[in-house]
Design a protein around this ligand. Structure first.
Ligand code: BES
Ligand code: MN
Ligand code: ZN
Length: 488
């Protein structure tokens, strides 16, 4: 979609539909000139209380005497309660419903955003969030079935004199989110480790180098923990390393869990809902999407992205509970539960990153535990780490993007939970504290390197449509990490 900024009045713009945002409890008379031209229709619908400006409420009017054929009224809720995310939601509702009606060219009035309360502070221009929500809401996954509705919005024009809106950033970020969603929504028969590694190679460029370690290389590197996850599958593992060099100094390592299908292995998962385990590579998809966007935006940073891709299946040569494997760090791990496979793959990926890249920090992003959704539902990422400053920066980016993160503790006492009788550590401490013991397990592989863990198990998939997040993959973490990277 084309996004333009034009300094044209609401009554002057020619569009199929003109979007007018409203507050519920505060209505400056900013649309009154326009309203008198169209015969007071807005006043009438407001007086009738059919439209009150409640959050995400909308009304479509067909109008005469101005250059646009339709006006969409969209509610932002109470002025005093406005947040950037409420703007995203309203934008999402507005764009989504207008696409349904089949219009091609839309325009957005940004006048109301001049009337935000003093308490409203955001790093982007207010209209940015409205458009961001609008664009995100339009994602469709049509790889296997075209919807009957092939309607598309062609252009969105922002009305106003402020040209200083970060449109390139916005479009690159939204494209990256959509790219990650496509990868995650693709079922595992078409999103194997090999396919994922080819996709990674496709983002190679002047500043992006992609290297893929095959099974024999992985063996040679001594990544026995990661390798053990792949043993039950006929699909070969692919250890994907994506280097982006846009600046000076040690890189930031981004490690994304990339289990293209998690059946649980010999510790098999129940059948119900297992089809969703194609999204167990969400972390890896987000890392890839982030690096893609970083290279398109040409950010002055160094990043190494690591995607230890594999399936977790219960084949005849699969790992079995009780098996002991050795990681790249030399630590031995007793596999108590083959379904706690993510931490095995991540331990080696983190170990590899630290051994070869001396990263200034490691951030891992992973659909790591069912307990994450038990604790936080689908509202927040669980964030843990060994470095307060790094966590603080991520939390800030998380507020800005509303990809919210809630901190969980990594008390030393959790060490006991994952003590093994036979190896240095075991991969499961059982049910109690399963979210934090998974984090603690990873901490043991971070060593002294500043490290943060993002458990996205609860947030990476939407079972229901949300105002600007259609159901399916959410690609959570992409906006968060890009916003974080912009600030560092
Ligand atoms: N991929 C799962 C976690 C998961 C579950 C993500 C549901 C999204 C939705 C992970 O590999 C897993 O199976 N974790 C186990 C660990 C346990 C065996 C210690 C879990 O959380 O049940
Ligand atoms: Mn698992
Ligand atoms: Zn998993």
């Amino acid at each position: 979609m084309n996004i333009l900024i034009k300094n044209i009045s609401e009554e002057g713009i020619k569009a199929d539909a003109l979007i007018l945002p409203f507050f519920e409890d505060y209505s400056p008379d900013i649309y009154s000139d326009l309203d008198s031209i169209i015969g007071g229709l807005i006043r009438r619908i407001i007086n009738s209380k059919e439209f009150t400006g409640k959050q995400n409420q909308s009304s479509l009017l067909h109008v005469r005497n101005i250059n646009s054929d339709r006006i969409l009224l969209i509610g932002l809720g109470k002025q005093s309660e406005i947040t950037s995310d409420r703007m995203r939601q309203a934008g999402g509702r507005a764009f989504f419903s207008l696409r349904e009606t089949g219009v091609k060219d839309i325009a957005v009035s940004s006048k109301l955003f001049e009337h935000l309360p003093k308490s409203f502070i955001a790093s982007q221009k207010p209209v940015f969030y409205f458009i961001e929500g609008g664009l995100l809401s339009l994602y469709k996954f049509e790889k296997y079935r075209k919807s009957e509705n092939n309607k598309e919005i062609k252009t969105a024009t922002i009305l106003g004199s402020d040209k200083d809106i970060a449109l390139k950033w916005l479009q690159t970020v939204v494209n990256a989110v959509n790219f990650a969603k496509d990868l995650i929504n693709t079922p595992s028969n078409d999103m194997t480790p090999a396919v994922l590694s080819d996709l990674a190679k496709s983002i190679s460029g002047k500043k992006v180098k992609v290297k893929v370690l095959e099974r024999k290389d992985i063996e040679k590197e001594g990544m026995g923990a990661y390798l053990s996850v792949s043993k039950g599958s006929a699909e070969p593992p692919k250890f994907i390393v994506v280097e982006y060099k846009g600046g000076k100094g040690d890189p930031l390592a981004l490690v994304g869990k990339s289990i293209t299908f998690d059946s649980g292995g010999i510790s098999l998962k129940p059948a119900e809902g297992m089809e969703k385990m194609k999204y167990d590579m969400s972390g890896g998809a987000s890392v890839l999407a982030v690096i893609k966007a970083v290279s398109e935006l040409d950010l002055a940073v160094n990043i190494v992205g690591i995607l230890p891709a594999t399936e977790n299946l219960p084949g005849g040569s699969a790992s079995k509970p009780g098996d002991i494997v050795k990681s790249i760090t030399g630590k031995t791990i007793e596999i108590i539960n083959t379904d706690a496979e993510g931490r095995l793959a991540l331990a080696d990926a983190m170990g590899y990153a630290i051994k070869y890249y001396k990263p200034k920090a490691v951030i891992d992003i992973a659909t790591l535990t069912g307990a994450c959704s038990v604790a936080l539902g689908s509202e927040a990422i669980a964030i843990m780490g060994n470095n307060t400053e790094l966590m603080g920066k991520l939390k800030k980016a998380s507020e800005e993007t509303y990809e919210r993160a809630w901190q969980m503790p990594l008390y030393d006492e959790y060490k006991d939970y994952i003590k093994s009788d036979a190896a240095d550590i075991k991969n499961s401490g059982g049910k109690n504290g399963s979210l934090v013991t998974a984090g603690y397990f990873l901490k043991e592989f971070a060593g002294d390197t500043p490290w943060v863990h993002l458990d996205i198990a609860g947030t990476a998939w939407n079972d229901k449509d949300k105002p600007y997040m259609p159901k399916g993959a959410t690609a959570i973490g992409v906006r968060l990490l890009l916003t974080f990277l912009k600030e560092v």
